[in-house]
Design a binder for this molecule. Sequence first.
Ligand code: HEM
Length: 501
Amino acid sequence: MLEDLLQSSTSVLLLGVIFGLLIFHVLFTSSSSKERREPPGPKPLPLLGNLLQVDLKRLDKSLFDLSKRHGPVFTVYFGLKKVVVLAGYRTVKQALVNHAEEFGNREITPIFYDFTKGHGILFSNGDSWKEMRRFALSTLKDFGMGKRISEGKIIEECHYLIKEFEQHEGNTFKNSQSIIYAASNIIAAIMFGKRFDYNDPVFQAMVERDNESIRLTGSASILIYNIVPWLGPCLKNWRDLMKNMEDNKVEMKRIITNLKETFNPETCRCFVDAFLIHKQKLEESEIKDSHYHDDNLLYSVSNLFAAGTETTGNTLQWCLLYMAKYPHIQDQVLAELDRVVGSRQVRLEDRKNLPYTDAVIHESQRLGNILPIGPPLTVSRDVTFQGYFIKEGTTVFPLLTSVLYDESEWEDPLTFNPSHFLDDEGQFIRRDAFMPFSAGRRVCLGESLARMEIFLFFTSLLQHFRFTPPPGVSEDELDLTPVVGFTLSPLPHELCAVRRQ
Ligand code: HEM
């Protein structure tokens, strides 16, 4: 009897709460939209928002579809969390470049806060971010980003990678690991002044943990965690991510400690040394509370190492997969390389004489679309954008998929077509909507290093090898479906690297 009573009063209470939330939701959304015109969007359900209308497993695609119905600036609700999505080249550029100040703050989601506690470069804001970003950019330049020193380092690494591929003697193998290690070694050389052997188990584990973390960060359960953070400990992906982060932090700290022990301010060996020298100078001039503390060192190094490894490695994997998939395009790259470079070492200055190859690289980056949604931003102050009011602090998703596949910018957005980057005379043309590195205040800090790496690795590999599907597998059978995480990477696959010279 008492149990019945309790049960019925609980049901009434529950109904009351749901009814109350419904009224609150209707009142809240209608009163705010009466005052100012906010970006339109699909009608949200109470509590769930639009969670049932989007595919969390391929969020960029479903947001792109929604943009076709609701326009280039629209609102979606992930539960109660409101997000404004920017879609299409014109809109993304207008926001990130023409309104760089308003659309230039990183959103520190719960998972990003777990990663770096607001320090470092990727997931930080304000003066600390500004100083760390400025320092990282100038130090990367000092270490040759965009210059000959890095070119030499990358060429040296190309030789290791070629040797690694040669060991398979044209037989089928998975190239993903060694490509990622090669990319990682470039950033490691700058950060720590050393390269790692591809067989070094500590290095392998560090790179593997970063890769897995990037995949897990884009998973549906981490999206849910960002909406309902107290669920974290119940989610396996969150627990795995925390463990990966912790393990990599221990490893980074160990490398930094070793460098500190052998530190000599007279000889700057790497990024870590440059940071310590700068820190020492500030201390000597008695500047207090500077941003040059251990947390910023640890997290800036971790950010650069992670951001500089998977992205570049992943792009190279797409490049080679497209070559195996489209042999007639590969043939034209090989012919151009043979004609212009021959068997000597390819160099950065060759790029201007390799328009077709350059177009193929750009097209691989465009269609590969490895970062489909730029890391979320928040609006730094109230802004009226394209006639819509967006309140300070609102989360913004720059939908890079919608830029790289924008139908009004690309003749054939869903097809691998190097002509997107060639004029009628076969000369390379820049396209404004080529924006895989995003744009504006938070534009990728490693863009010029990444572009050097991709060009030199790709051309050096193709000078030495032709890439084909495994025996018995046709080009048509090569699957271009991506693995979806925070980035889009090719499905695990095998190719043959058949020696050319
Ligand atoms: C193909 C390779 C790469 C691609 C496609 C790529 C793409 C991107 C994108 C889309 C962003 C987000 C920009 C935004 O928030 O609007 C970004 C940020 C960033 N990238 Fe890259 N990236 C690549 C390689 C690299 C490399 C090699 C490094 C390191 C040297 C690097 C370091 C960073 C850092 C530190 C940020 C954060 C910038 C900030 O928040 O201020 N990236 N990248």
